[in-house]
Each structure stands twice: as C-alpha cells, then as structure tokens.
Design a protein around this ligand. Structure first.
Ligand code: ZN
Length: 193
C-alpha cells in the first residue's frame, strides 16, 4: 500500500480499512480468491455481496489490489481488474473519490468503462460501448445481478448517472465519506470517480 494506493498524505487511517479475501467465480468457471481493501463499515456487506455473486456464478475476471499495478488505475482497468481502495481525486480534481475512503468498487472495468462524451476509460474498452453486446462480465442494465446485489444494500451504480456513465463503479454514500468530502488528495493522479 505505502507509496502506491496509500501515498504520503493519505488521510484515512489504516485502522479504518480492511483487507478482504474474496472468493469469486472466474471467467474460466473456477472458484478463485482475490484481495480487496475497503472501509471497515462496508466490509461485512461487501463479503455478503461477493458471496451472493459467487452463488449466482457471476463471472469476474480477477480481483487484486491496485498496488499490484503500481497504483496505475488505467493499467488495472485495462487488465479488467476488479478493485476498491485507492487514495485519489476524481477527474478535474474537485473532490475526493469514493475509492479514496474504500467506499467504491469497480467491477470488470474493461467491459464496463467510464464514458463521458468522447472520453472512454480505459480507451481499449471503446469496443464495449454497445451495452447490448453479450460479453461475459458486461453489466448491461439494472437487472444485472451485481447491480441488484449492491443496490439492495444502499449502494449507487455509475450506470444510472445521466451526465456520464461509469458502468464499472459502485459507491456507498453516508457519513464516512462526508467526513473527508472537503479534503483533497495531494497527488496529481486524477481519474474517473
Ligand atoms: Zn470507480
């Protein structure tokens, strides 16, 4: 974490974060285990969500820490890596990302890109802009099992947003984020929400 997802100046205390070992249903049909760092207040419900997705044989290509990609979100997304905690701002640097406090998760990001106008992140996801294409792990609409699993626990889905779409992204609002809302990461890494 140090110097990567948890750079100097990170304000959220490590004691407030939890490392989860998550079992998931891989693209090859094998049950795999991956690591994910999240805020302690959502650790239990995220274990429940991923347990539900495993039971539904919901395909996830890989789950590993963004540190494995040297905290390079673009590399992690291009590799279709599902991840959560990462101390950073959102695009434009105007506010802290929900990922910065461990309250956001990106699922199969290559097939579920961030889209705003002509911007597609990761760029190699442009071939998945047609959301009706049947691709394993592509979150087509709000009937998707992951969308339902997150939403019923009060999470929001970026695929519902109007000014932009962030199909991979789920976030949990509440008092924890409010505490950090006015803060900004002092790092120049600014990407999608
Ligand atoms: Zn996200």
């Amino acid at each position: 974490m140090e110097g990567k997802s948890y750079p100097a100046g990170t304000l959220i205390p490590k004691e407030d974060l939890r490392l989860l070992r998550i079992k998931y249903y891989g693209f090859d049909g094998e049950i795999k285990t991956g690591d994910m760092i999240v805020h302690k207040t959502v650790a239990g419900e995220l274990l429940d969500i991923f347990q539900e997705l495993l039971a539904a044989e919901y395909p996830i290509e890989k789950i590993s820490l963004i540190d494995y990609y040297d905290a390079d979100d673009m590399r992690s997304m291009t590799n279709n890596n599902t991840s959560a905690f990462y101390w950073r701002n959102i695009t434009g640097g105007k506010s802290l990302s929900y990922h910065a406090v461990g309250l956001a998760v990106d699922i199969n990001p290559l097939y579920n890109p961030y889209v705003k106008g002509n911007i597609v992140e990761p760029p190699s996801a442009a071939v998945y802009l047609d959301r009706t294409t049947p691709v394993k792990g592509l979150i087509a609409n709000s009937q998707d099992a992951a969308v339902r699993a997150f939403k019923k626990r009060g999470w929001r889905w970026g695929g519902d947003w109007r000014t932009l779409k962030d199909y991979q992204h789920f976030e949990k609002h509440g008092n924890v984020y409010k505490k950090y809302k006015s803060k900004l990461a002092e790092i120049s890494r600014e990407t999608k929400p």
